[in-house]
Design a protein around this ligand. Structure first.
Ligand SMILES: O=C(O)CCC(=O)C(=O)O
Ligand SMILES: [Fe+2]
Length: 354
């Protein structure tokens, strides 16, 4: 109660001063908490940007120590009798089910992780972000667009904001880094806090979990009956020695019989990185169809059906691709969040605190 009344009587200046003090003591988590509460009470674009900038700067300012020896976490292999991906309800998600699903079964579907309102808000946010990016790239930005889309000065080394191809490369669909949208980054980190993800993933990794600039992606995928996406393992790009788990959240009904593209995925328990660029592969980063045929003789390729708000957790060894099929008519929205154990987070993905 004291904190509430204090928060109400504090001016924005008081809060910023308190946060600066916490930042000087490198207490980034407390500073972010304090500023995030202020952003909920008195939203401002400047504060939203500041919060994102702190997240981006903090990783490099903390000594995250050595990798815990005890990893991956042990699990009870509760899904051993299942064929295919493990599947649970939201209420069953904890460190043990996550480990048994991702490590033991090759992937875990969590039904109903988000509710309808959360799904709708994220879809609207993805649309706003994509439209703001397109308008800004064409020099037609409207008031408020930069809240939805602007690249932090702290994000160095990524592709130029509007690319060398000019405006026409941006449309109302595609993918966009969540960290390029101060508003979406704020909403998503608030949502992850409500879901208890920091705690869940700190248990899973045995140390704090990070997000990253490059592997935290908002997606609006166009149905494309003609297209075949590339089979890949994200471990092929992420580098050796990492500890990671992806939370992919479907925001549209997709996959299976649904009218929007889901994910083709192999629930393979073997933790190996397959050869790429061979067996008829169209690209050097994809696993060729000939090799996929061999792998899927043992573990068939699945195309699970998702309802909006269902999540899929998997690691860097999982073989998957966007699943395009001729019956698709609708766009598919999703958020992809690769989380990394802090002590060995890949620098080139630009880790960020959440
Ligand atoms: O959303 C998609 O279709 C692809 C996602 C993906 O490859 C990933 O999350 O690693
Ligand atoms: Fe992927």
């Amino acid at each position: 109660m004291f904190t509430n009344s204090q928060a109400h009587s504090d001016t924005a200046g008081d809060v910023l001063q308190r946060a600066d003090h916490l930042l000087q003591n490198a207490d980034f988590a407390a500073a972010l908490d304090c500023l995030s509460q202020e952003q909920v009470q008195r939203p401002s674009p400047e504060l939203e940007q500041k919060i994102l900038d702190i997240r981006l700067a903090a990783y490099a300012q903390v000594d995250w120590g050595n990798k815990p020896e005890q990893w991956p976490p042990s699990h009870d292999d509760r899904f051993a009798a299942n064929k295919g991906l493990a599947e649970i309800e939201r209420s069953e998600l904890d460190c043990e089910s996550l480990a048994a699903g991702v490590i033991g079964a090759g992937g875990l579907i969590v039904r109903g992780l988000l509710n309808e309102q959360q799904v709708d808000d994220l879809k609207t946010g993805i649309d706003n972000t994509l439209l703001a990016r397109r308008r800004l790239s064409q020099g037609e930005g409207e008031a408020g667009d930069e809240r939805w889309y602007s690249r932090s000065e702290r994000i160095a080394g990524g592709p130029a904001q509007f690319g060398s191809l000019g405006a026409q490369q941006y449309s109302d669909h595609g993918s966009v880094w969540a960290a390029d949208s101060p508003k979406m980054a704020f909403e998503l980190t608030a949502l992850y806090a409500r879901l208890g993800l920091q705690h869940l993933l700190a248990n899973y990794f045995g140390e704090p979990a990070m997000l990253s600039v490059k592997k935290w992606v908002l997606r609006k995928v166009k149905p494309n009956p003609e297209q075949q996406a590339g089979w890949h393992q994200d471990g092929r790009f992420l580098g050796a020695g990492i500890r990671t788990v992806n939370m992919w959240i479907a925001l549209s009904e997709c996959g299976g019989d649904a009218a929007a593209p889901g994910m083709d995925i192999v629930a393979d328990r073997n933790k190996v990185i397959h050869q790429t660029g061979t067996h008829g592969a169209p690209f050097d980063w994809t696993v060729g169809p000939g090799l996929v045929d061999q792998i899927t003789r043992e573990s068939p390729a699945l195309n699970p059906q998702f309802q909006p708000g269902d999540a899929l957790f998997f690691d860097q060894y999982n073989l998957h691709r966007t699943g395009f099929y001729p019956h698709h008519r609708h766009y598919r929205y999703a958020v992809e969040s690769w989380f990394f154990a802090a002590s060995c987070a890949p620098q080139k993905q630009m880790p960020l605190l959440f």
